[in-house]
Write a protein of this length. Structure first.
Length: 151
């Protein structure tokens, strides 16, 4: 048993020294807002996140994630923005969606979620467009940048 542990440890050290990550240790997922909604223990952001210009604690973020959209474009956008920010905190590269992140934060602005924005309004349509891009990112359709799989 000790020899097996030593062999595994030696192999792991060789990978670290060579700068190579073994295939079995590589993961490249992003996670959907549904995943993050149901796995708060996997959140690696610390104490909360900023949406627009407002800081929300993890408890407030969890409440937003549990809030049904019910025709409010700000809630739909917040769901996708929270998931994207958690994916980024988990190691996914944000470069491909930086414009969408900036747009989402600008659209949310200083308002508190939920904002009661109709999806058919001009601002609501812009929120829906940004949410759609973030949804594609969260579903892994935009990037395959690797990050660690949260537990």
């Amino acid at each position: 048993m000790k020899l097996r542990v030593l062999a595994v440890t030696a192999a792991a050290m060789a990978f670290l020294i060579a700068g190579v990550v073994p295939m079995y240790a590589q993961t490249c997922p992003t996670f959907t807002q549904g995943y993050w909604k149901n796995h708060q223990r996997a959140w690696q952001d610390g104490t909360g996140l900023t949406l627009g210009t407002n800081f929300y604690t993890n408890a407030q973020l969890e409440s937003i994630m549990q809030t049904p959209v019910h025709g409010d474009a700000s809630v739909e956008l917040a769901h996708q923005l929270i998931a994207a920010l958690l994916n980024i905190a988990n190691g996914t590269d944000s470069t491909p969606i930086q414009t969408a992140l900036d747009t989402a934060n600008s659209l949310i602005g200083s308002g508190i979620i939920p904002q009661g924005i109709s999806p058919s309004s001009s601002v609501g349509q812009q929120m829906e467009d940004a949410a759609s891009i973030l949804d594609e990112f969260n579903n892994g359709d935009i990037t395959d940048a690797c990050g660690a799989v949260p537990e």
